[in-house]
Design a protein around this ligand. Sequence first.
Ligand SMILES: [Zn+2]
Ligand SMILES: [Zn+2]
Length: 360
Amino acid sequence: MAIRVGRWDCFVCGHIGNLGPETHCTSCGSSRPKDVVFYLPEDAKIVEDKEEIAKSKAGADWVCSYCDGHNKIDASICSTCGNDKSEKEDKQLEVRNLMLDEVPNSGARGISRSKETPKKLDKKAGFWKYILGASGLGGLFIWLFSFSTTIDVPVVEMYWERQIEVLEYKQVQEEEWKLPSEATSVESFQAVHHYRKDITGYRTESRTVQKKVGTRRVVCGQKDQGNGYFEDVYCNEPIYESVQEEYEAPIYVETPIYKTKYRYNIYRWLPNQPLMASGNNERVNWPSVPSEITNNPKKFKTGEQIEKYLFWVKTHKDEKVKYDVKDADTFKELYVGKKLKAEKSTIFGTYKGLKSELFK
Ligand SMILES: [Zn+2]
Ligand SMILES: [Zn+2]
């Protein structure tokens, strides 16, 4: 049950690391902040002295209701203003049980006991601390990158492609467990439909399992005594051991189950060579459908239409950047040599993309 000496920081003069039990700053003499947060540095001193251990357990310090000054539990008058201790009016500092990850280890990161904000805060320093601290160096770069300059970039290359799927009604051979009514049967035969898994017996095997064999006491938190001292809080933690365990493992045998399968001829619409058109300018068109297809509706039909529109711009850095256009009308507005509005980073000079939402 180790007891450690906490620390606190003085808001008045900025002195860091006053010893927890001290009610007044060793540098300027001010009382601890009203809502002081004690913290426990990594190398906090462990209290060995019997008398000091007793003091740490005496109880939380009291806060004077006249001046907010802090006082040890056995003080009968306020060490700051001299008023008498009043059991009725004066409050005691809170005694708190903290999980290990909740124990502050420095003053700066301490969680205040109340919503009171430190009085003095340099606004400019606070801003940079926010930019660099909250969002990191990456955040600073993103912020600087957000400044843009508009530039003109020419379209240097265009490509479009339009495709029409062609389907042909063809006879094919298929195999299934059922014969479709419109199909012509070729043959039927017995085939393995699935396997049945049966347990035929058991075999003794061994495996490693984790077994709880007891519990141990571990330090899982700290009790903030409200007087500058922290005391270890213990929890029970289970102890596991690897043990070999025997168990009955089933032995399976797989039996094939046969069913009648059909091989048959059937007519299906199947994809044929698609019709294609493409070009390197804004004059887009659909491929013409040959009369062989239009005159034989029982044998041929057209299917899905696929269209693709791409263009490239040359940036101020002489790099070619590819863009995808979703609809033909937007693409038709472009031509090689046309200048589009784009953005570059004012600070870094990097190309940031076209301004128009149509090309995002
Ligand atoms: Zn001070
Ligand atoms: Zn007082």
